[in-house]
Write a protein that binds this ligand. Sequence first.
Ligand code: FAD
Ligand code: 2HG
Ligand code: ZN
Length: 438
Amino acid sequence: MSFRMRTGFFLQTRTGCGSTTGPVSRVLKYCNSRSLAVVPQGGNTGLVGGSVPVFDEVIINMASMKNVVSFDKVSGILVCEAGCILENLISFLDNQGFVMPLDLGAKGSCQIGGNVSTNAGGLRLVRYGSLHGNVLGIEVVLANGDVLDMLGTLRKDNTGYDLKHLFIGSEGSLGIITKVSILTPPKLSSVNLAFLACKDYSSCQKLLLEAKRRLGEVLSAFEFLDNQSLDLVLNHLEGVRNPLPPSMHNFYALIETTGSDESYDKEKLEAFLLRSMEGGLISDGVLAQDINQASSFWRIREGVAEALMKAGAVYKYDLSLPVEKMYNLVEEMRIRLGDSSKVIGYGHLGDGNLHLNISTPQYDDMILAQIEPFVYEWTSKHRGSISAEHGLGLMKANKIFYSKSRESVQLMASIKKLMDPNGILNPYKVLPHSLSYS
Ligand code: FAD
Ligand code: 2HG
Ligand code: ZN
């Protein structure tokens, strides 16, 4: 599919006009009456082209809707506008003694509205679950400008269909989210982070099972990267160094625990690490001694995406796969591509989410033809998902059938038609072109 690329017309939501939802509603009403297409835009950090205009869509950027509306210290429920930057919410909550149940490498730029619209996963999903569980309510402006107030703050509410779930992860194709209410857990006093080396993928996998079993309630992150990912970070990001002595390890895991009892939690983690070392699951490792060392470990994991962008052209795949099969795909891809590219695998092992990235000096159709459709067919054959957490956006919309049945996609298209009959909301995104405009 080829598109004429042109920058769209840009509108920014403004504060100071009474309710900030009002202008969004008026713009959509106007656009709908004239069949003008719009692209909702948050921090523009999405990795599948969902927030960029394709032809001449009006961009509705949410950056000015950046206020916290309320925070309830008893329930931990935060209500805020959609344009709040994730990192600002993390700091706000930290000051209140709470934490955001979502954290990701793009936190300095991405917005909570973008996070909810992509159903972003990130580094702590293994502990806190997905936004489908943590988002209690949303306010959303529909294609015709109507404002749907579903900004509930209740944990339990079984009155009819829970419509907010339609918007969580719908990538701006069904409405523009203007406010969200989100359940945040209390901040616990003891956080520990280990950076570990494993000799092979099978050890990483066993380490994950052991971590779930033995660290149980304190486990708050389990991430992995292969040595090619680490090399890339060390070669392309300034000031990053390997916390382990130079030696040939094939895989690295970051294990974080978060609990309420410093000595108990540390003892628990140390006993787990000792046992895993003795059992041969870990070949080396280091425990962060302070918060600065912990951030330097996280910088390695969170820096992979940035290092890839600096390294040249990159083909990106964000896959859910059974953990035991996951790394086979990386190895098979290396065999297919030979020396033409660097194939790296890393991601949220605790959630069964592989980030497969193929780095080449420049884009090359011959390389692409070696990667696709193989990567999608492989994923589909193993009953995985071709988008675990990044969404479909523009780049993957036509690949939806690898993960969803024809009947499901048809129902999605009917919902889209019902809610946005003129097709003005984020056209060419999420649903295959053939269906969304039929
Ligand atoms: P945008 O990129 O601006 O938009 C994303 C989509 O949401 C678009 O379709 C847009 O139209 C729509 N949208 C935005 N705001 C609204 C709104 N208010 N109402 C309706 N629709 C809207 N993703 C993960 O899931 N996990 C990760 O760990 C992760 N790490 C990342 C690390 C880096 C370095 C980078 C660059 C990206 C990473 N991402 C990750 C991807 C990205 O950050 C997330 O998808 C994020 O949630 C996008 O938020 P945003 O505000 O930038 O949205
Ligand atoms: C991450 O987990 C992000 O670092 C980005 O989801 C993944 O760039 C990628 O492939
Ligand atoms: Zn990720």
